[in-house]
Ligand binder design. Structure first.
Ligand code: PDD
Length: 279
């Protein structure tokens, strides 16, 4: 992590950035966040991230009207030229004089941003193990809420089972990963579950669908039954910080031949070329 962070209009060394213990983010997890990659110092799909941020703010009824240019101006001083980094942005409902579930009368949001280096995810080239788990989270998963206990417990259960990700299943259908979206190649077609309140609308997910369409890779947004996932020839989990990660073992069973598949190789090449074309 770079030492300089942004907090409420100021750039400070990390150790000097402080918020009140009465901040509603600390007491209630009352806030939202974004993770925005920057390649060679340039923010990736910033407009899309800001649109999702605004949807999250609307979803928790927290007004904050910053434009894309305002956010760009806030983030840019945190970025270093030539590096692959990610911005973590968090907005909470701020300090309130007493702990009360209802919104305070006067809301001054806490706005915090920091920057970390993106290191290549070690499992990307060989593929990872994943387990399927029952999705026991809430019903507003489209909001990128900082209240992540559900996701954390599911990810940790996967880690405890020697797997890098949990693939969440609800009523027999695949939803998303604990911190990722899910794709599967079934009968030669790339499929990802449609957007709904049950998944976070991932920006990486959108980019993959766009690249598939532009390059004649058959793809669709559709429900994926657990049994169909178990028979898939490829499974991927996707996110801004890990990009596209092939799953080569699901619930202890090898996926296809246990190696990242041909559609993953093609899509990863397309994504790397797309990133380069923007930087
Ligand atoms: N998480 N679904 C969930 C539950 C996630 O937490 C994430 C990413 C995604 C993928 O979204 P995107 O492609 O926009 O990164 C889907 C981030 C990286 C995190 O919490 O750190």
């Amino acid at each position: 992590m770079t030492d300089k962070v942004y907090l409420n209009g100021e750039y400070l060394p990390l150790a000097e950035a402080k918020v009140s213990v009465l901040d509603r983010g600390f007491l209630f997890g009352d806030g939202i966040y974004e993770v925005i990659p920057a390649y060679s110092g340039r923010l990736f799909r910033l407009e899309d991230h800001v649109e999702r941020l605004n949807n999250s703010l609307k979803g928790i009824r927290l007004p904050l009207n910053y434009s894309v240019a305002d956010w760009q101006a806030i983030f840019q001083p945190l970025l270093e030229d030539g590096k692959d980094q990610s911005i973590y942005l968090q907005v909470t409902r701020g300090y309130a004089p007493k702990r009360d579930h209802g919104f305070p009368e006067q809301v001054v949001p806490t706005v915090f941003a920091m920057c970390s280096e993106i290191k290549p995810f070690p499992g990307k080239l060989t593929g990872i193990k994943a387990v399927t788990l029952d999705d026991n989270r809430w019903q507003l998963c489209n909001i990128k809420a900082i209240t992540l206990l559900g996701n954390i417990l599911l990810r940790q259960e996967a880690l405890d089972r020697n797997s890098a990700e949990a693939i969440l299943v609800k009523n027999g259908y695949v939803v998303e990963g604990a911190a990722s979206n899910v794709f599967a190649v079934i009968d030669g077609e790339l499929i990802t579950p449609p957007k709904s309140n049950e998944i976070l609308p991932g920006i990486t997910r959108d980019v993959i669908l766009e690249l598939a369409q532009a390059n004649n890779i058959p793809c669709k947004e559709d429900i994926i039954a657990l049994e169909a996932l178990q028979d898939a020839s490829e499974i991927w989990v996707t996110s801004s910080t890990r990009e596209i990660v092939p799953v080569v073992e699901l619930d202890g069973k090898i996926v296809a031949d246990g190696k990242p598949g041909p559609v993953w190789h093609a899509m990863d090449r397309l994504l790397q070329a797309y990133k380069k074309s923007l930087s």
